[in-house]
Each structure stands twice: as structure tokens, then as C-alpha cells.
Design a protein around this ligand. Sequence first.
Ligand code: SF4
Length: 478
Amino acid sequence: MTTNWFDDSHPAMLEEKLENGMVKCHLSPRNCVIAEGRRGFCGVRANKDGNLVTLNYGKSVHATVETIETEAIFHYAPGDRILSMGNIGCMLNCDYCQNWKTSQARMVNNENVFRYTPQDVVDMALRHNIRVISWTYNDPVVWHEFVIDTARLAQQHGIKNLYKSAFFITPEAIEQLIPVIDIFSISIKSMDPDYYKKLTKGWIQPVLDGAIQAYKSGKHVELSTLMVTDISDNEETARALTNFVLENMGPEVPIHFVRFHPDYKMINTTRTPIPRLEQARKVAKEMGMKHVYLGNVYDNDAVNTYCAGCEQLQVTRYGLNAQLVGIDAEGNCTKCAKPAGFKVFQEPAKPRQSVDVLPADAQLTNASYMWEGDIKALHVQVRNDTPETQMIYTRRVGDATVPTEWSIIPLLPAESHRFIAAKSLPEEQGVEVAIPAGIHSSLHQVFDRAHFPTTAVGEGTLNADATPLPAFKGVGLS
Ligand code: SF4
């Protein structure tokens, strides 16, 4: 008998029992009242025998090693590798969702669901020398119990927790998160209440209140706003967001204006013109914000960090990669010695081991993928089907300026591992992966940051500059 991902459940927090076996969920501001045998709006919390349960505890898309820049976090450990964890369901239903294959519970297939315990996640992070776990993709709000259990365990091992969310969440749920979350990357979709109702099926005030609550907790907060072409990619958005931040937080909070790409129900809307993003950034800076960035853009100085005091270049970025060039180990500017507004680890990140030349006797199979159009990042998924530890090799491909050494990723027997390879230099043309026999592998095109692709690259889609496949076929799809 086939087991579906939603067949088993786990007790849920933030439950209120009502009369007649009904339960009320206080996790998101919807406060769904759920009858026996039914699910809430998110599709992953249900009433089972008069109790509120969660259907997605420990159920995840494939854990993925990425960089912290993937999460619109630029001022906390720049360039560090993170372990990205995404799950199933969402308390919103945005018309442009780039993770709709996992955020909309009714679209989720069993083959995209992996099961992890909190210990599995922490062990994975420790084994790959990762210092930050990121709760991300669809939205961690609806994974509340698993996030809290795992983040608490991670803390005990010195691992930080990053929460990337649209933050449509109740104050009491935020209070439960604050002790275990170190970094909040909050996506304020728009400053327009009508936009929220129409495009996200949520409402704005809880998001704004929640952002203030997270900021007041003293945790690291960065904000981002998707600039949807011809809808919100204008100066009014920039002014309203900046006013909100200046009135409730401060000019030092980094904000990100993020480029839109067509997806889900909005495949006929074009990408945001970069001059509109640049104008939004100009407006926010003129109003007094110290760190204003553009997201999902390449070859643009608006992704770098300069000292707000002496204008020394402090961090260079390209795509989802970053290099510290003007910050010391204490997070101060190397030129004027003033605090640079960064949180950095005292110890530099441990790089992966590497070799200049592939071992001759390893009998490796090489695959390459060349960057093309809007595809400038790839998830590489590998699984070791042999009884021994195996080494995977990966490197960048480009002109003579691009480093040619091979990074090594060790894979334990039966281990399945997924990592991002993202274009890191203008001169870089692609990525090459070398795998030994007995390793199952697949490549997945990544569209912009915090996108979890579910479909592997197949024949005919290589190097295609297109919307992620498969395309959304309609609201009634089950
Ligand atoms: S998390 Fe939100 S959408 Fe899901 S059941 Fe609870 S209140 Fe409803």
C-alpha cells in the first residue's frame, strides 16, 4: 500500500480546542477553525480526533547546501555556506510563487518529500562544516514544531538558525521562535494592503507587526521586497518601505529590492527592468538608508557593500557568492576601524578540501552545465549507492582567470546530498561535476534565490532560458 506524505501526523503547537470537536490554529493570522478530519488553509495542519496536528513534521524537500546570500542576508557571515531546509505548504498563496510545487500542499508529490529527524539535520550540518541552518523556501511558518525542535538542537552544537519567511505569523508564534532563531530574513511583499489581499491572499498588518517584533528582540533582521513588474516596482514602494523601516527600526537595517521573474500564475509578466530597481535603491538611500541592495541581479555594483563611513569596499558579491575584502574578524572596517554593521564568525569558514587534478584511478564520469540566459545557478543532487565513502568533485569552468581546482565533497554510504553551484564571476561560463561509479546524480536549474527546483534537467531543457518546468497548469490541478 502506498504511503502518502500526509498519512502520519505530529501534535501541533498553538492549538485551541473549541466545542463540538473543532480546533482553532493560532500559528498564522488566519486562525483557521478546523473541523474533525479537515485541514487548514495551509494544507499541512489538520484536526485529527479533535486535536490540532501537523502533517509535515520532519517532511522536507531535499536538504541543500547553499550560501547565506541565497537568503537575502548580506550582513551576517558573508559567503558562509548554509544548510537550506524547506518543507511543504504555506499560509499564503502568492500568484507569483516560485516554490509553488512545494508551497501548495495539494501540488506536492511523494517523490519530492524526504524525511529527516532533528538529529539528521544537525548531523548533516556538522559533517559538512556548516554553521548556519536556514529555514526557507516555501515558508518555515507552517513547519513550526520541526523548526523549533531542530533549531534548539542545532543551538546546542553552536549552529546558528536563519528564518527566511513572508512572516504572516502570529505574535505568540514569533515569541516561540525568538529563543532559537538568530537571523530573520523577512519578505515584506508590498506596502500596499490591496496588493496583499489580491496577490498573496493574506493581509499586511501582521507582517509589519511581526517584523517590528523580530527587530525589537535584538536578533539580526534584514528585509526584502519583491518588485513585481508594473505592479510594485516603483518609487512609492521604495518610499513606503523606507518610511516603515526608519520609523520602526533604523537606517542600519539592510533592505533588498528583489527582481521578479515570471512563475506560477504570473508567467506573462516580464522580469523587473533593472533601472526601476536602481531607482528604488536611489530613493531609499536618499531617504537615509545605509545599506540598500538589489536582489537577483548580476554585474551590478548595488550588490556590493561599502563602508557607510569611509566608503571602503567591504564585501564584493556576484550572484549568490560573497567575499570579504574590507572587514576584520571583529566586523570592523579595515580602513576606518568603525563597526561595519556586520555579524561575523570569529573563525573563518572551513573551505571544502580541493585538488588541482582529478585522481587518475578514480574512473570518474564528468558532466558539465554552461550558464545561459537567466540560469546562473544549479542544484546538484548526488546519492551514494555504494557501500563505501565516495568523493564527488566539482569546479568552475571559464577563462584563464577562473580558478580550476576541484572541490571535494565526501559522501557516506547511502548518503544523498544536494548543493548549489552558482555563477561567481563574470568570466565563469559553467560548472563541471565528476562522479565515481555507483553515484546517482541529477541537475536542477535554479531560478533566482531561495528557489527550490523539483524538476531535474532533462533532454531539450539544457541551457534553456525559460520559466522553471513544469509550468503551472491551472488552479484546479490536484
Ligand atoms: S498555519 Fe495558518 S493557514 Fe495553517 S491551519 Fe494554522 S492558521 Fe490556518
